[in-house]
Design a protein around this ligand. Structure first.
Ligand SMILES: Cc1ncc(COP(=O)(O)O)c(C=O)c1O
Length: 424
């Protein structure tokens, strides 16, 4: 029996598509377009990823031949759409290795998922006046503001794990931040502005030894790391479809059954009810309890198609290649005089944030755009990180597996031109 299982695993592994970046680029139609007369060099993947033809075709096909509202219909098309949507949920379940598909809640994105958890836990009476929530100094605003909104109601306090000059968590400070009032630790897995990969398992272990639940903001982790929520043992994990090659407007909240069952609904409306009277409403079981109204049906199915696309590859091949790009990019950009990388953690993924002496990041972004190069500039929704490094903003190049070393060379050349322009 054991032999049988092993042979199935080997076979499915060898069935994976060999990774070849030039071949992969053909899957993404937008990469063939020109911007300002130059071939597009898209290096803003931390903001959103481009979509493979498989996802675009899936969306078109859904609207052309399968569109109907789900769950309530007894007719053919509604059943087809319902099955496709619920199959997508199963694909997400496999993608993050959840125990059950009912632990997968479809939401708009990572932001809505965190708002859902914060609001619903608060309504469940999980937090009392004077309780504390621990975040890190490198959180995206999406993992700060929702907690502040509920804290203001409850007079709760937010405590922050600081980061060092490399942009790494000072995890040794966590012990002294935890008290008997700590009711939640919410931590970003990979920082969108620094690229730091945090030691999430250690955080979860420590938190659980004090019976504190943990939410992981996996918005940047889902595209770059193989996620296994059971192995991480986190209580909640959130991510957005558009950052893993799926459509915008769809995202995922994974929650452990015990939490999702005790949490009341986030929004009320259709599809999440069992029975409604003017006196009282009873609710559906999870996941429907948290999916009020018509969901983003096409988005969910499109996210399933994005996961199918990623599953064509051995995820390790993608991660290794992206790491190669990060090392190459770091060497290339560090060699530019006057350029300083912000975020030099030992364990990093796919993001290079930088500043250039005497030149505002907005100018850098605007000028390289004239060469067809798309990078992001600003605070990246992480103003506390900017404050920590005493910069108003950074320029940020973020990579996907469809980027090439030639594109990084073009960025480096573009940056040298920016510096030359400002020296004149
Ligand atoms: C680390 C992190 N968390 C949360 C978010 C919010 O994601 P969304 O805007 O898709 O909800 C982002 C988006 O950039 C992010 O990078």
């Amino acid at each position: 029996m054991k032999g049988d299982i092993e042979s199935v695993v080997t076979k499915s592994k060898s069935n994976k598509r060999a990774f070849d970046v030039y071949n992969v680029r053909n899957d993404f139609p937008i990469l063939n377009r020109l911007v300002n007369g130059r071939p597009l060099v898209y290096l803003d993947n931390a903001a959103t990823t481009q979509k493979p033809k498989a996802v675009i075709d899936n969306l078109r096909n859904y609207y052309e031949s399968d569109n109907a509202n789900i769950h309530r219909g007894v007719y053919f098309l509604s059943e087809v759409a319902t099955e496709a949507f619920e199959t997508a949920r199963l694909k997400v379940k496999e993608f993050v290795n959840a125990l059950s598909a009912s632990e997968i809640i479809f939401v708009k994105g990572a932001t809505e998922a965190i708002n859902l958890v914060a609001t619903s836990l608060c309504r469940a009476g999980h937090f009392k006046d004077g309780d504390e929530i621990i975040l890190t100094e490198m959180e995206h605003h999406a993992n700060i503001v929702p907690w502040q909104l509920i804290c203001n109601n409850k007079q709760m306090k937010i405590k922050v794990i600081p980061i060092n000059d490399n942009g790494e968590l000072e995890l040794d400070k966590l012990d002294s931040l935890i008290t008997e009032k700590t009711k939640m630790i919410s931590v970003v897995y990979i920082s969108n502005s620094l690229g730091t990969i945090n030691p999430i398992k250690e955080v979860v272990k420590k938190a659980h030894s004090h019976n504190i639940p943990v939410l992981i903001d996996g918005a940047q982790a889902a595209p770059h790391l193989k996620v296994d929520v059971q192995d991480l043992d986190c209580d909640f994990f959130v991510f957005s479809g558009h950052k893993i090659y799926g459509p915008t407007g769809i995202g995922v909240l994974y929650g452990k059954t015990e939490f999702l069952n005790m949490m009341p609904p986030y929004q009320g409306g259709g599809d999440m009810i069992r029975e409604v009277t003017f006196e009282k409403t009873t609710f559906e079981d999870i996941p429907n309890k948290f999916e009020a109204g018509t969901p983003n049906i096409a988005g969910g199915i499109g996210l399933g198609a994005a996961i199918d696309y990623l599953n064509e590859f051995d995820f390790n091949d993608l991660t290794e290649y992206e790491n190669e790009l990060l090392i190459y990019g770091t060497e290339k950009l560090s060699a530019i005089e006057g350029l300083k990388i912000i975020g030099t953690a030992k364990n990093k993924a796919s993001v290079i944030s930088f500043v250039i002496e005497g030149i505002h990041p907005y100018d850098i972004g605007t000028i390289v755009d004239t060469h067809g190069i798309a990078i992001r500039t600003g605070h990246h929704c992480t103003q506390p990180v900017m404050r920590r490094f005493k910069v108003p903003a950074t320029a940020r190049a973020s990579f996907s597996f469809y980027n090439t070393k030639e594109e990084i060379d073009k960025l480096a050349e573009g940056l040298k031109k920016v510096i030359k322009m400002f020296k004149q």
